[in-house]
Design a protein around this ligand. Structure first.
Ligand code: GAR
Length: 216
């Protein structure tokens, strides 16, 4: 007997190319789960159209219409809870979540961040890699904890930075890797192969190193 399919909620703010990769992987069966709702904090996010095209319920909760972060997060949690998800994945979700929200879902919350964490938490990661003349850059999938972009890494992918790269070129190179590694990690969580324990990632019961599953 296999493990039952998991119910996945995706949080987005923008284009939603990662959300698309997750939706496609669920449709193909390479993620043992179903996306049951897509929620955006930005009403005009293209990710909502992608979800609707795939027949997935998609709604926006505009953070601008809330008085304070906690109130937005409470409304977000209500929407999430209404579909009883097993996991919640942040895919280009550009809001900082309150500690109460994170602690409510801890262990079920994944994020993808466009840098080789712990390098470059926060914004403008591609520009910072270029400005620092880094030769490699990349992306990290991590469990979300109250520390911004500070939760333990499950898997990273590296890309080269070429001389003369601009932010758009580098971002596209990173995105191509994100579309590969995020579905892999989500499937691990769906199949209960990874878990968060004492701020470390366990993979099949073994503690992963700080850079996650794969390393040089
Ligand atoms: C992705 O590169 C993701 O890593 C990044 O936003 C992009 C969203 O693209 N997320 C963050 O910066 C979160 N701090 P998408 O909307 O096409 O998936």
């Amino acid at each position: 007997m296999g493990i039952d399919k998991k119910r996945i909620v995706i949080l987005v703010s923008g284009s939603g190319s990662n959300a698309q990769a997750i939706i496609d992987a669920c449709a193909k069966g390479t993620i043992n789960g179903d996306v049951v709702k897509v929620i955006s904090n930005v009403p005009e996010a293209f990710a909502l159209e992608r979800a609707e095209l795939a027949g997935i319920p998609a709604i926006s909760i505009d953070h601008k219409s809330f008085d304070g972060r906690e109130n937005f997060d409470l409304a977000l949690a209500d929407e999430i809870d209404s579909v009883r998800p097993d996991l919640i994945v942040l895919a280009g979700f550009m809001r900082i979540l309150s500690n109460n929200f994170v602690n409510k879902y801890i262990g079920k919350l994944l994020n993808i961040h466009p840098s080789l964490l712990p390098k470059y938490p926060g914004l403008s990661t591609h520009q910072r890699a270029i400005d620092n003349m880094d030769q490699e850059h990349g992306t990290s999938v991590h469990f979300v904890t109250p520390e911004l972009d500070g939760g333990p890494v499950v898997l990273q992918a590296k890309v080269p930075v070429f001389e003369g790269d601009d932010v758009d070129e580098l971002a596209l190179r990173v995105l191509a890797q994100e579309h590969k590694i995020y579905p892999i990690v989500i499937n691990w969580l769906c199949n209960e192969r990874i878990s968060l324990s004492a701020m470390k990632v366990l993979f099949d019961g073994q503690v992963l190193p700080e850079c996650g599953y794969a390393s040089d």
